[in-house]
Design a protein around this ligand. Sequence first.
Ligand code: DC
Length: 225
Amino acid sequence: MRIAIDGPASAGKTAVGKLAAERLGYRFFDTGLVYRALAVVAIDNGIDPRDEKQLCAAAEQVEVGGPQAEAGGGSTCRVEIDGKELGSRLHEPTVSDMASRVSALGAVRRSLLELQRRVIETGGVVAAGRDVGTVVAPDADLKFFLTASPEVRAERRYDELSKRGRRVDYRTVLWEIKQRDERDRKRVLSPMVPARDAIVIRTDGIGAAQVADLILVEARVKAHE
Ligand code: DC
């Protein structure tokens, strides 16, 4: 099966997606990483975030490597630049901001679409993003849209960044999340909206394991249809 999990930043897509993939014996693919990888190339090469031509040329360097085994027993698709892993750099706040900017450009989205489709089309995958269920894999077998209030998402992001040793201010994190939501939702191409056939789950106050349980129940029902 191909399972799509879309939703805004810090709604729990990665935590939930990894758990669900692990329990189903599937691969987990975070499509946001392809935009983040492109953002790293753009920052490192001083590319203007409005320069579609240069960004599309840079998009050719983004690759999705073979699945990497995770500690819990699942596997995750690695996103690389010319075969090199980018590790924690992919999650730096400047990279998040740049990824949101470059992903608003139509030509950039088109350049990265085929790459994402190739990874998803073989099946046995849980793919997380903003438009997996609407654009990348509209024929996915199951679609979910995870959401939570900006405050709850900012708290999660704040905890995550603090754990990684970054000194951050909660109000700045909240402001950045709201900015990114606004940009992701209002862009003309692939705006962040739930697919018509997506199951919407509000994750405020619900742990990732419980949300993954819900996904597993739906997957079992689907498998018996
Ligand atoms: O999920 P994330 O925060 O890692 O995504 C980084 C940026 O990439 C986000 O601002 C929106 C964009 N993105 C997108 O436009 N389409 C996707 N399928 C995934 C992410």
